[in-house]
Design a binder for this molecule. Structure first.
Ligand code: E4P
Length: 216
């Protein structure tokens, strides 16, 4: 399973890259706004800076919601770096745009996916990634993991190559459960990735080894 980090914070991306387990980065307009990035040139420069840190795919979201606008923005974003994946919302014009961009060899990530039917459409349009939002479904008292499971079944039934990118991850258990289901990718805050390595028995075992090592 690939690990993507869901942030535009360059320090966090560097830290995740430094750990040696980072396969890519995802962003969205809210994430970009959080780091104070405004204006097209600054936004493009920031995406380039992210691409220079990480080796894998970097999702950059279009701001347009009409077909022509999505295509124009998508083509511009794709020119920033060959690591750029154009993130497109699951709307009518978005599905059409994914079909077009995919036919031009531009990687796409279909975002804001909350149902198996939406995921099926994304795959048929040729999306490179589909992003089901696990945590946001949990937030409204729905089992988000069921959606990941349903998409896995549908894609396996027909051999769709669109990668399931489990998004809106909120905890290490989300990551573990996505791995059990067979999601291809998770995108997560750095904290949930770091929390995977923690166990009290590791801490107490190490403390004992350090103590006993003094006797050697
Ligand atoms: C995914 O592509 C989104 O950027 C992200 O995972 C959404 O997460 P949130 O629900 O925590 O905002």
């Amino acid at each position: 399973m690939k690990f993507f980090i869901d942030t535009a914070d360059l320090d966090q991306i560097k830290k995740a890259q430094d750990l040696g387990v980072l396969d890519g980065v995802t962003t969205n307009p809210s994430i970009m706004a959080k780091v104070g990035i405004t204006g097209k040139d600054q936004i493009h420069a920031h995406y380039k800076a992210i691409c220079d840190i990480v080796d894998g795919d970097v999702s950059a979201e279009v701001l347009s919601v009409d077909y022509d606008g999505i295509i124009k923005e998508g083509e511009e974003l794709a020119k920033i770096d060959n690591q750029i994946t154009v993130k497109v919302p699951m709307i009518y014009d978005g599905v059409k745009a994914i079909k077009y961009l995919s036919s031009k060899g531009i990687k796409t990530n279909c975002t804001l996916v909350f149902s198996p039917g939406q995921a099926l459409l994304a795959a048929k349009a040729g999306a490179t990634y589909v992003s089901p939002f696990l945590g946001r479904l949990d937030d409204i008292s729905t089992e988000g993991l069921n959606l990941i499971e349903d998409i896995r079944t549908i894609y396996d039934n027909y051999g769709y190559t669109t990668e399931i990118l489990a998004a809106s991850i909120r905890s290490p258990m989300h990551i573990i459960n996505c791995a059990k289901i067979g999601a291809d990718v998770i995108t997560s805050p750095l904290a949930s990735i770091i929390n995977l390595l923690k166990h009290p028995l590791t801490d107490s075992g190490l403390a004992q080894f350090i103590e006993d090592a003094k006797k050697l």
